[in-house]
Write a protein that binds this ligand. Structure first.
Ligand code: BEZ
Ligand code: FE
Length: 307
């Protein structure tokens, strides 16, 4: 029998840390050291059992199997664990009053059609209640930003994005618009609806285990950018949506909630060939100086063929 002292859990952590300390890249070395420290601390904290570790491996394998170029289950996992919002929010230390970032989500498509002011991005037959969206893009001090770009996308009243709904026209409810000289913008769309995120994969199991629902409150996505200013990827929420407090992906921030108001304006409606009453949403985007970052992730998912 050996007289050597028994190996303790902390010794395993120390050996693992020492091995990964050999990583050549300093950022990789720091990230791996922290990952191992927190991962081991987590296992010790919950006294993780071997069968639970196997269950976790099976859960991740399921995520891999269900993912493809259109479905990114690990991003959804990150979203539903609050990690995406944490990382997005840490990425820029924005001053009070600046337009705040939120999740990009998996339904963004590059190359949306350019529209003119007062054009509509609703190209479907029955997308929902017409909504006039207006506001300004300014610097923090209120100085207008002319020629700022708004890249907009949302669901129709079925709660579906066009690229996952064969019944909608290509690029329906998507558009790009440049602000006028005074920083203002105007476009028509439809009132957005709350919608569910997919629960037929491991994220569904995670939500169920956590006692959570899978709804996102109604929102319109915006990417707002202009030369010399920081690009912001975000979304504006209907302040009266019943799912606002439990957003499945934690995208809601107080400054992103807006009341969609009923507008009884026969003249405006007639001028734009819209029914009266309609709905109005007004939002001013305040941007800060900085680099014009590129949007980092797009599924590139194109329209699914009908049938
Ligand atoms: C979305 O708003 O499009 C979305 C965001 C995160 C996960 C799923 C959907
Ligand atoms: Fe969305």
């Amino acid at each position: 029998m050996s007289n050597a002292a028994k190996t303790t859990p902390d010794m395993i952590t120390d050996i693992t840390l020492a091995e990964y300390a050999q990583a050549a890249d300093p950022r990789m070395r720091a990230v791996l050291a922290s990952l191992i420290k927190h991962l081991h601390a987590f296992a010790k904290d919950v006294n993780l059992k071997p069968d639970e570790l196997l269950q976790a491996a099976e859960f991740l394998t399921w995520g891999g199997k269900i993912s493809d170029e259109k479905r990114h289950e690990f991003i959804l996992m990150s979203d539903t664990l609050g990690l995406t919002m944490l990382v997005e929010t840490m990425a820029d230390d924005l001053p009070e009053g600046a337009f705040e970032p939120s999740v990009l989500g998996p339904f963004y498509r590059e190359g949306s059609p350019w529209i003119e002011h007062f054009d509509t991005i609703s190209r479907g037959e029955n997308d929902g209640v017409p909504c006039l969206v207006e506001g300004k893009v300014t610097h923090l001090d209120g100085t207008p930003v002319a020629g700022a770009e708004l890249d907009i996308w949302q669901t129709n009243n079925n709660g579906l994005y066009e690229n996952v709904d064969p019944d909608q026209p290509d690029y329906n409810l998507r558009g790009r618009l440049k602000t006028r000289e005074d920083g203002s913008y105007s476009f028509w769309t439809v009132r957005p609806e709350a919608y569910p995120i997919p629960i037929d994969g491991p994220v569904g199991a995670l939500l169920e285990a956590g006692g959570r629902h899978n709804m996102r409150p109604a929102h319109i996505h915006f990417i707002v950018s202009a030369p010399g200013l920081k690009t912001v990827v975000s979304e504006i929420f209907d302040a009266e949506d019943k799912w606002l407090s439990g957003d499945a992906v934690f995208g809601v921030k107080d400054s992103l909630k807006v009341t969609f108001t009923a507008a009884d304006e026969p003249e405006t409606a007639a001028q734009h060939n819209k029914p009266n009453p309609f709905v109005r949403m007004t939002y001013n985007f305040r941007l800060v100086e900085g680099e014009r970052a590129k949007v980092s992730f797009s599924t590139g998912a194109t329209k699914r063929a009908a049938g």
